[in-house]
Design a protein around this ligand. Sequence first.
Ligand code: HEC
Length: 130
Amino acid sequence: MKREIVKRVLFIASLFVFFAFAFPTWEIPEKYQKVKNPYPDKGLETGQKIYKKTCAVCHLADGKGNDVITPVDFTEDDFQKQSDGTLFYKISEGRKGTAMKAYGDDYPEKKVWYLVNYLRSFQKKNQSSD
Ligand code: HEC
């Protein structure tokens, strides 16, 4: 009887683990999502320098990413629709269990914001002429 319960609990637990891997979410604390960018549009040159030196290895110079390392594509709307605060959080904290490390350990906040601003430059320019 007890064994059955243990089995069931283990089964349910394994489902959680499975779904966590199959449909990973990157939890962003709400207070970060809403943080205002203190340096909007600033530091693009610095951002670009750091990006080329540090980030392009995985995310490539065009921001579309090395498919083997990451499916992330900075030119996609799904990426760009995230708030500045969310991107700031992701760059600062990184994601455990992936190659994306916590760059907040390497760069002061100001430079992380510059990186956020630089990532915006990958946004698909509005091609239509309206
Ligand atoms: C060693 C490889 C590697 C390097 C270097 C790297 N990243 Fe990443 N990055 C990743 C991977 C892998 C992910 C996807 C993590 C996941 O969600 O599985 C990621 C995800 C991200 C995301 C979130 C993407 C999304 O869809 O929301 C941002 C933003 C990001 N990286 C920015 C940077 C910046 C800025 C730098 C440089 C300071 C950098 N990364 C350096 C591997 C890297």
